[in-house]
Design a protein around this ligand. Structure first.
Ligand SMILES: Nc1ncnc2c1ncn2[C@@H]1O[C@H](COP(=O)(O)OP(=O)(O)O)[C@@H](O)[C@H]1O
Ligand SMILES: [Mg+2]
Length: 326
């Protein structure tokens, strides 16, 4: 069977009041591919997913799913897609099992088929033991798994995962990652949105970076990281008043959002020698350093590079989660 194009998006715009949630998006996703849509809070990720899932008509532009128009052929499109949102669409008062049965009815599965698929998915998502407890007793990770299970009842050809791991602890996040990889191995095409470069990197074949409703970069995780040099040297000054002196000593350094730390994007290959050159230059200039470390680039760094701006919202969550301090 030859591969077809799963998603095409051409010039899609959506405005809410004064906000251009989508300011002309062009995108394609091939069947079997995992596209990671990476962007900060408010970038337009959910709006795009809602347009593609036929839940929101765009103001202009066109979008197709497996060749079907999301407006004109909305019913056909719905039959081929599954959607898991950032805020799990789980009914708290129902048990895990009942939640899945409810979705089964929604998708017009026979009672028997719904039961069989539910049992299979509860088992697979490690929810069998908790299946007859109400969902309000579930942890965040369990809810997210239940929500994902419900979007898989009909084995969609294309699955939208909208920030599937935001706010989850590392263990739950790994569980979602594992399931996601299995789905991809089974041939499900995936459009995954995330605020985490690492997540896009681990799961996606290709990453599209979105900001203010526009796609500002596209490539593999390595290609994006290479744009910011592959490694970053972080320098925290003892005295923020010495920032200018530090920049004279290390001209390649950029000042981070907090005003007291600097970062230098460098190539991964000569990381160690650059670290020692930076340390030498600072000490010769008499600049006191509280902390100096080497790390992989984060979403924040990619953004700083692409837009000249640090991530505006929620960057505390992103950096706290992603940075491995040296
Ligand atoms: N229903 C809505 N009404 C008004 N503004 C909205 C609505 N949905 C989204 N927005 C705005 O559109 C922009 C993009 O939002 P969204 O697509 O939810 O971003 P993301 O999912 O990347 O965080 C934001 O500025 C958001 O406030
Ligand atoms: Mg969103």
């Amino acid at each position: 069977m030859s591969r077809s194009t799963a998603v095409t998006v051409e010039g899609v715009r959506k405005r809410f009041g004064d906000t251009d949630a989508l300011a002309g998006v062009d995108l394609t996703v091939e069947e079997g591919e995992v596209l990671g849509m990476l962007g900060p809070n408010g970038a337009g990720k959910t709006t795009l997913v809602r347009v593609l899932a036929t839940l929101l008509p765009p103001d202009s532009g066109t979008a197709t799913i497996f060749g079907r128009d999301v407006i004109k052929d909305a019913d056909l499109v719905r039959r081929s897609i599954g959607l898991t949102g950032q805020y799990a669409a789980v009914d708290e008062l129902l048990t895990g099992r009942e939640n899945l049965r409810m979705f089964g009815e929604l998708f017009h599965l026979s009672g028997r088929e719904a039961r069989r698929r539910s049992d299979e998915l509860l088992e697979r998502f490690d929810l069998a033991e908790a299946a007859d407890r109400t969902a309000k007793t579930y942890s965040g990770g369990m809810r997210r798994r239940l929500d994902l299970a419900s979007s898989l009842l009909i084995r969609p050809r294309l699955l939208f995962l909208d920030e599937p791991t935001t706010g989850l602890d590392p263990r739950s996040r790994n569980a979602i990652w594992e399931i996601t990889r299995e789905l991809v191995d089974e041939g499900t095409t995936l459009l995954l949105t995330t605020q985490y470069l690492e997540e896009a990197d681990v799961l996606a074949d290709r990453i599209a970076v979105i900001d203010h409703g526009t796609i500002i970069a596209e490539g593999s995780g390595d290609e994006l990281k290479d744009q910011v040099g592959g490694q970053v040297v972080d320098i925290v000054l003892s005295d923020p008043g010495e920032t200018d002196q530090a920049r004279v000593a290390v001209p390649a350094a950029e000042v981070a959002g907090d005003g007291r730390s600097l970062r230098v994007a460098i190539d991964a290959e000569d990381a160690l020698s650059v670290v020692s050159q930076v340390a030498d230059a600072l000490s010769r200039a008499g600049v006191e350093v509280r902390d100096l470390g080497l790390r992989r680039p984060t979403l924040d760094d990619v953004f700083l590079q692409l837009t000249g701006d640090a991530v505006s919202e929620d960057d505390d969550e992103v950096t706290a989660d992603m940075e491995i301090s040296a």
